[in-house]
Design a protein around this ligand. Structure first.
Ligand SMILES: Nc1nc2c(ncn2[C@@H]2O[C@H](COP(=O)(O)OP(=O)(O)OP(=O)(O)O)[C@@H](O)[C@H]2O)c(=O)[nH]1
Ligand SMILES: [Mg+2]
Length: 111
């Protein structure tokens, strides 16, 4: 889907980027997509929420290890955008209240 994402950049104020925390083999590809999004001129003003999803599943790598592997602290420090990270399970609903709060706060701040 990556190639068609730019057609949705216009007027985007809140960006939710979902990573599969149960599958670290996708990490480098996800990271490349994330960096492309963060460097897009049209998304410079957007607030970004990075979601590590599927945290209900067992994984040989912890979310902290994945963040470190993708150098997320450096990405956050260098990005123009305000970036927040959360751990969720869409299946079990874990962490989804936090996502809704973030959306409310982001909407309030930008209107
Ligand atoms: N266990 C679990 N499954 C989830 C969660 N969120 C989505 N799914 C399931 O993940 C499946 C879709 O997988 P995705 O990773 O979104 O899509 P995909 O990459 O094309 O599929 P995979 O090859 O299975 O990774 C669906 O069956 C969803 O029900 C979650 O938080 N926990
Ligand atoms: Mg997947």
């Amino acid at each position: 889907m990556g190639p068609i994402w730019p057609s949705y950049y216009g007027n985007c104020r809140a960006l939710l980027f979902v990573l599969d925390a149960s599958d670290p083999t996708q990490l480098s590809a996800s990271c490349a997509h994330l960096l492309a999004l963060l460097s897009a001129e049209q998304l410079a003003e957007a607030s970004v929420l990075i979601l590590f999803n599927k945290t209900d599943l067992p994984c040989y790598m912890s979310v902290e290890e994945m963040k470190s592997l993708m150098r997320l602290p450096d990405i956050v420090a260098c990005a123009k955008q305000n970036i927040t990270t959360m751990e969720i399970s869409a299946r079990e609903g874990t962490g989804l209240a936090g996502v809704l709060h973030w959306l409310q706060d982001t909407h309030r701040a930008s209107s």
